[in-house]
Design a binder for this molecule. Structure first.
Ligand code: ADP
Ligand code: F6P
Length: 324
C-alpha cells in the first residue's frame, strides 16, 4: 500500500532561479488545500543538516509569486554526497515528522533526492535551473526569465556596437550548458555563438568570419560566448589585434539569475509545484517532474538522470545561417 504523507518538506538547492518562489508558493498552498502540513527548509541540504526547518502556512508565501530568488534561500552542500550525512539528513526529516520532500534544483540536487528516497523519505524533484540542462524536460524553472534578461541586455549592447562599428563579445551564463547562448544567438541575431558543447577553440575561424562580415558591410559583429568557454576579455584583445576592429567584452554574470519571473516561469513553476504535491499524496517517491510535448509528466529519478540531452544541430546551424 502507498505510504500516506502527512507532512511535506520543501527546499531549494543549487543555483537559484526565477520562478522558484512561484513553485514554493504552489507547494505550500496545494499541500494545505489537501490537508497536509508543510515545512520550509532553509539553505538547501546545508540547512536541512542544521535543522533550519520552519512550519509554513498559506500566508508565509504571500506576495512572492512575482519575486526572483528563493525565499527559502539555497546552498551548495558538498558534504551531502557522503552516505553518513545523507542518513543523518533522513533522520532529521523523520525527527521533524517530514515524510515527503520536494526538492527544487538541478541534476545535482536530484542526486541528493535519490539518496533521501533510499533512506525512506518520499521525494519528488522539480527542475529548477536557468541552464535548461536537465535531460528529461524541455522546460526548467528560471530559464525563460534568464534568457529574456540576457536577450534584452544583448539588444542594448548591440545598439552601441552598431553605432561604433565594433565587435562585441557578450558572455552569458552556462558553465557546462550552452542553451542560454544558443537561444540568445538566435533571438539576438548573433554572428557567432561559442557553446561548451560545440566550440572547437579555432579563433582564426572567428577572426576570418569577422573580417569577411566587415568586407560585406556589416556594422557590428556580435559573439555570444558561454561562460564555459569564458576568457571573453582576453579574447576581445586578441580579436581586436587580429582584425583591426575595435572589440569590447561584456560579461552579463549573475544579473541573469535574478529578477521577476516571466509569465511562463510563474505558470509552469506553479503547475509543477502543485503536481509535485499531488504525486506525494498519491504515494509516489523518487520521481522528478518534467514538461514534454505539451504535458507535465513525471519520471523515475534514476531514469531521468540517465537521460542525455544535446544541443539541437539544426538550431545551431540556423543561428549561423540567419546572421549572414
Ligand atoms: P544543481 O542542483 O543545480 O545541479 P549542484 O550540482 O551544485 O546544483 O548540486 C546542488 C547540491 O545537491 C549539492 O551542493 C549537494 O548538496 C547535492 N548533490 C549534488 N550531487 C550530489 C550527489 N552525487 N549525491 C548527493 N547529493 C548531491
Ligand atoms: O547553474 C546555474 C549557474 O548560474 C550556471 O549557469 C553557472 O555556471 C553557475 O550557476 C554559477 O554558479 P555561482 O553562482 O556559484 O557562481
Amino acid at each position: 500500500m502507498a505510504k500516506e504523507i502527512h507532512t511535506i518538506g520543501v527546499l531549494t538547492s543549487g543555483g537559484d532561479a526565477p520562478g522558484m518562489n512561484a513553485a514554493i508558493r504552489a507547494v505550500v498552498r496545494q499541500a494545505i488545500s489537501k490537508g497536509r502540513a508543510v515545512k520550509g527548509i532553509k539553505r538547501g541540504y546545508a540547512g536541512l543538516l542544521q535543522e533550519e526547518i520552519e512550519d509554513m502556512e498559506a500566508w508565509h508565501v504571500s506576495d512572492i509569486i512575482q519575486r526572483g530568488g528563493t525565499i527559502l534561500q539555497t546552498a551548495r552542500c558538498l558534504e551531502f554526497k557522503e552516505p553518513e550525512v545523507q542518513k543523518r539528513a533522513a533522520d532529521i526529516c523523520k525527527k521533524h515528522g517530514i515524510d515527503g520532500m520536494i526538492i527544487i534544483g538541478g541534476d545535482g540536487s536530484f542526486r541528493g533526492a535519490q539518496r533521501l528516497a533510499e533512506q525512506g523519505i518520499n521525494t519528488i524533484g522539480l527542475p529548477g535551473t536557468i541552464d535548461l540542462d536537465i535531460a528529461c524536460t524541455e522546460y526548467t524553472i528560471g530559464f525563460d526569465t534568464a534568457v529574456n534578461t540576457a536577450m534584452e541586455a544583448i539588444d542594448k549592447v548591440r545598439d552601441t556596437s552598431t553605432s561604433h562599428e565594433r565587435c562585441s563579445i557578450i558572455e552569458v551564463m552556462g558553465r557546462d550548458a550552452g542553451y542560454i547562448a544558443l537561444w540568445c544567438g538566435i533571438a539576438n541575431g548573433a554572428e557567432d555563438i561559442l557553446l561548451p558543447e560545440k566550440y572547437d577553440f579555432d579563433e582564426q575561424k572567428l577572426v576570418n568570419h569577422i573580417i569577411e562580415n566587415r568586407k560585406r558591410g556589416k556594422k557590428h559583429h556580435i559573439i555570444i560566448n558561454a561562460e564555459g568557454i569564458g576568457h571573453s576579455t582576453s579574447m576581445a584583445k586578441r580579436i581586436e589585434a587580429a582584425t583591426g576592429m575595435e572589440t569590447r567584452a561584456t560579461i552579463l554574470g549573475h544579473m541573469q539569475r535574478g529578477g521577476s519571473p516571466t509569465c511562463k516561469d510563474r505558470v509552469y513553476a506553479s503547475t509543477m509545484g502543485a503536481l509535485a504535491v499531488d504525486l506525494l499524496c498519491e504515494g509516489k517517491t523518487n520521481r522528478v517532474v518534467g514538461y514534454r510535448h505539451g504535458d507535465y509528466i513525471d519520471f523515475d529519478i534514476d531514469e531521468a538522470l540517465a537521460m542525455k540531452k544535446a544541443i539541437s544541430e539544426y538550431q545551431y546551424e540556423i543561428c549561423h545561417t540567419l546572421s549572414i
